[in-house]
Design a protein around this ligand. Structure first.
Ligand SMILES: [Zn+2]
Length: 460
């Protein structure tokens, strides 16, 4: 399975200059491609001109991607530095762009459209095998015979366990340099189908027992149906608060420094970027810890809501024609959602679960917080903030715990459906103590739950 490692790298001034130049040239060509395609798209739409390289943004199958870029490089006489860059880097960038679009088309709801590269924001170059020689123990030879750089040294901590197939050199917003490698770690990962086949040996009740539902929320970060709650420790919250205060102060300071070219403003900007990078590091670290603990539990099916986080964090302001409702409340929500790094936690859980041979199941998020996990009664008024009290059966729980139970139920249902075993049985377990009458004809009548009735109807 593909794995990756990232290391801090302290370049010599010459190396930094070379790589900065490579990054800049690649960015120019990358963005040139973007401009070209926007133009072609415009032509296609408004001038009724069919461009060979363009397809509408709807994932049509006949889509072909034009990865030609040489015409975007300026002439050798006017801009020779563009030709000092290994041409493979341009090709790799086109490939990355292509991949980003493919990802977007595959799932436009969650994966945004790839944009242009902005200087200082996504400064990186992808090096394929012919551009580097991996020596190990913190050493890698970079360059080709024509464009030789030399052996560069990085800070190795956790080793790369196999010959890497690609390498990335990047610089982040606060001028820290990194090298990262991807390689095949040799771990044979079971496919979802293989895991499902193993799970088929379990009874419905055992499947229920093996599943944990996870509610990702605002109040508590992750609440599991097994009773565990994962969140920030107080020390971490304090660290966050400290950095956030610093960000605010620096933003204010920068707003006062009107002269955009002044050295002081540049200094403030760098400090701001550094503080923001600290916050991001804390988040990443935290997501790693939480996902590690979640995957470390004995549960083998991990259910999560399929949240469209991008929609939830998208601008709440709306457009000019359609101003957003509840702007203030939503932007508060957006901020805390971002703070939670919910998407990142799931991403890391998937990574770790795959290596541990566990199944991650995504379930639809509708009504998980309004539905009673005991009787299935769904009503907005069941929930009051963090308290859940079912208006029908009186079931009381923390709202997140109730939601996680619902997610567990949905998770089991998803697995059973995938196994072709129908969906009705686990609900019998989940709805223990309810009055269910089986008529001689085989029809099931559930006296209190419309959900059970619906399931029964499907079964009958
Ligand atoms: Zn209820």
């Amino acid at each position: 399975m593909q794995d990756g490692r990232r290391y801090r790298y302290y370049p010599s001034p010459e190396e930094a200059q070379t790589f900065a130049q490579w990054i800049g040239c690649v960015r120019a060509v990358y963005n040139g491609k973007d401009t070209e395609e926007q133009y072609l798209n415009w032509l296609r739409r408004y001038a009724k001109f069919s461009a060979r390289s363009f397809a509408p943004d709807e994932g049509e199958s006949e889509f072909t991607f034009d990865q030609a870029y040489s015409h975007l490089k300026p002439d050798k006489t006017t801009a020779p530095w563009f030709h000092a860059v290994p041409p493979q880097l341009y090709r790799n960038a086109m490939y990355q762009r292509n991949q980003a679009w493919q990802k977007h088309w595959k799932d436009p709801g969650t994966v945004g459209r790839p944009g242009r590269r902005k200087k200082g924001e996504n400064d990186s170059i992808l090096l394929t095998k012919e551009l580097f020689q991996f020596w190990g123990s913190g050493l890698v030879l970079v360059g080709t015979e024509q464009r030789f750089v030399g052996v560069i040294e990085y800070r190795e901590h956790r080793g790369v366990t196999a010959e890497p197939n690609s390498m990335t050199i990047s610089r982040d917003t606060c001028n820290r340099w990194w090298v990262s490698f991807t390689f095949d770690d040799g771990i044979k990962v079971k496919s979802d189908e293989e895991i499902l086949q193993e799970l088929d040996a379990l009874s419905d009740e055992e499947l229920m027992e093996a599943t944990a539902g996870h509610d990702r929320g605002i109040v508590q970060q992750v609440t599991s149906s097994d009773g565990r709650v994962y969140g920030y420790t107080e020390a971490k919250q304090r660290a966050f608060a400290k950095y956030q205060r610093r960000v605010k102060a620096l933003q204010k300071k920068m707003a006062r420094q009107k002269d955009k070219k002044s050295a002081r403003r540049r200094k403030t900007k760098l400090k701001l970027a550094k503080t923001q990078a600290h916050i991001k590091d804390l988040r990443v670290d935290h997501a790693h810890q939480i996902s590690h603990r979640i995957v470390g539990t004995p549960k083998s099916i991990l259910a999560f809501e399929n949240l469209k986080l991008q929609n939830m964090t998208a601008s709440a302001k709306g457009t000019a024609e359609e101003p957003g409702k509840n702007v203030a409340a939503k932007s508060g929500l957006n901020r805390s959602l971002l703070h939670q790094g919910l998407g990142r936690i799931l991403q890391y859980v998937r990574y770790k679960a795959a290596r541990a041979g566990k199944l991650v199941v995504l379930v639809p998020p509708q009504n998980t917080s309004r539905r009673c996990s005991r009787c299935g009664h769904t009503e907005e008024a069941n929930r009051h903030g963090i308290h859940f009290r079912c208006l029908k059966c009186g079931h009381e729980a923390h709202a997140d715990a109730n939601a996680s139970d619902n997610i567990q139920l949905e998770g089991v249902r998803t697995v059973l459906t995938a196994l072709g075993r129908g969906a009705a049985q686990p609900f019998a377990e989940a709805t223990k103590g309810m009055t269910i009458t089986v008529h001689p004809a085989g029809a099931v009548e559930a006296s209190r739950s419309p959900r059970l009735a619906a399931l029964a109807a499907r079964r009958g």
